[in-house]
Write a protein that binds this ligand. Structure first.
Ligand SMILES: NC(=O)c1ccc[n+]([C@@H]2O[C@H](COP(=O)([O-])OP(=O)(O)OC[C@H]3O[C@@H](n4cnc5c(N)ncnc54)[C@H](O)[C@@H]3O)[C@@H](O)[C@H]2O)c1
Length: 371
């Protein structure tokens, strides 16, 4: 595909699908074009078409992913449909006779068994690259903190604390995100991002998870088809890793009064680093130099041509995936299916821990054993 235009299709053009469309438009000088979309929801189709017309990109519109696959129009597909649909769509893409590379939005799927099915099917298609949309690692302050940690500046990482204090879940098409059965639960749906970051910072895999959480403030007065939403809006989660490191997540989704949405703290045996989003500030220092030695810097990435909804991370995610595609098998996607699977397993373990009131091991969720 080197030199030729890489043709993209977007399956699901709701909020995130259109965000991908705009990001890909900002990558047009890299030789990419969106040529097709698939979405059964007419208002989503129309909003995507309006955007494409403003970019003078002609789009072929399909109501389902199967017709888009059969059209043979695309080289790469972005799957940005509701979480519970990822499994069926991914299986159909992977099993299709024409190879399509795929960027699938997080979470990979909503259950471990569905994730495993996708991982196993993809193993049989070495001609297809699959990247999972765990894009927070590309946010400039997070990427800078990863660089500081991987450079050994903090020593051996012992503790990672991630606080996300933000606004409630937004309204989605047909309100799919109001129920655990569709989203996988809050700790899968949104917190897979943070579990992925914990793994990166500690450089190890999770062993067991303990969580406490509830739906205390949001969505309590909403009713859909006679049902009240069951998604939790706050939680504390503790994760133990196989190298002895510990992670902690502090999630609150009724915290609009926060300066930052994410505050990340990583402490090693030599020093401590912190990242703040959206302030885009990184701080780090050593035990030896103490408080007076703490350095503060503003994190920026000049490659970003479009900040969008996620501080440029979607742009960098596409740039990264495109370079893997252009490398024609010489380069693996930087966020692979294993990353997708483990981040879901940590979320599932956390959801179950709240239900059971005890530690839940990753092994037991990987084996899908209930007790
Ligand atoms: N990376 C991030 O930080 C981030 C942020 C937001 C959403 N997401 C993920 O993106 C995905 C989409 O979320 P959203 O916020 O855009 O939701 P949304 O409700 O705004 O849009 C989903 C779209 O998918 C369409 N759709 C539903 N079933 C479909 C099917 N079978 N085939 C094709 N289209 C279908 C819907 O009609 C809708 O237009 C989810 O997996 C979500 O978790 C990721």
């Amino acid at each position: 595909m080197a030199g030729a235009i890489v043709k993209y299709g977007i399956i699901g053009v709701g909020m995130m699908g259109r965000e991908h469309l705009v990001n890909l438009y900002h990558l047009r000088t890299q030789g990419v074009a969106v040529v097709a979309i698939a979405d059964p929801h007419l208002p989503s189709q129309q909003l995507a078409l309006d955007l494409a017309h403003s970019f003078t990109w002609p789009l072929k519109v399909f109501s389902g992913h199967q017709e888009l696959l059969d059209s043979g129009l695309c080289d790469v597909l972005v799957v940005s449909t509701p979480n519970m649909t990822h499994h069926r769509i991914l299986m159909d893409i992977i099993n299709h006779s024409k190879p399509h590379h795929v960027l699938v939005e997080k979470p990979l799927c909503t259950t471990i068994s569905h994730c495993k099915e996708v991982v196993n099917a993809a193993r049989k298609r070495p001609d297809i690259l699959v990247q999972v949309g765990l894009e927070y690692r590309y946010m400039p302050p997070v990427a800078k903190l990863i660089e500081i940690v991987k450079g050994g500046n903090l020593g051996h990482v012992k503790m990672v604390a991630i606080r996300e204090h933000r606004f409630p879940f937004l309204v989605k098409v047909n309100n799919w995100n109001r129920f655990n059965i569709n989203s996988g639960g809050t700790l899968v749906e949104k917190c897979c991002h943070f579990f992925d970051l914990m793994r990166l910072f500690v450089g190890a895999n999770p062993v067991r998870v303990m969580a406490s959480g509830a739906i205390d403030v949001n969505h309590k007065d909403e009713v859909y088809d006679g049902k009240v939403p069951d998604i939790i809006d706050n939680a504390y989660v503790i994760v133990e890793f196989d190298n002895g490191s510990r992670g902690m997540l502090d999630l609150c989704m009724f915290a609009e009064g926060s300066k930052n949405e994410q505050e990340i703290s990583v402490v090693g045996d030599i020093g401590k680093g912190e990242a703040f989003v959206p302030e885009s500030v990184v701080q780090f220092g050593t035990r030896e130099a103490g408080r007076d030695g703490v350095q503060t810097l503003k994190a920026e990435d000049h490659r970003i041509k479009y900040d969008g909804l996620h501080h440029g991370s979607s742009y960098l995610e596409h740039l990264n995936f495109l370079s893997a595609i252009r490398a024609k098998g010489e380069k693996a996607p930087s966020v692979d299916l294993q990353d997708g699977l483990i981040s879901v397993a940590m979320g599932v373990a956390a959801q179950l821990s709240i239900e059971y009131g005890r530690f839940v091991s990753i092994q037991e969720v990987m084996n899908e054993c209930k007790i």
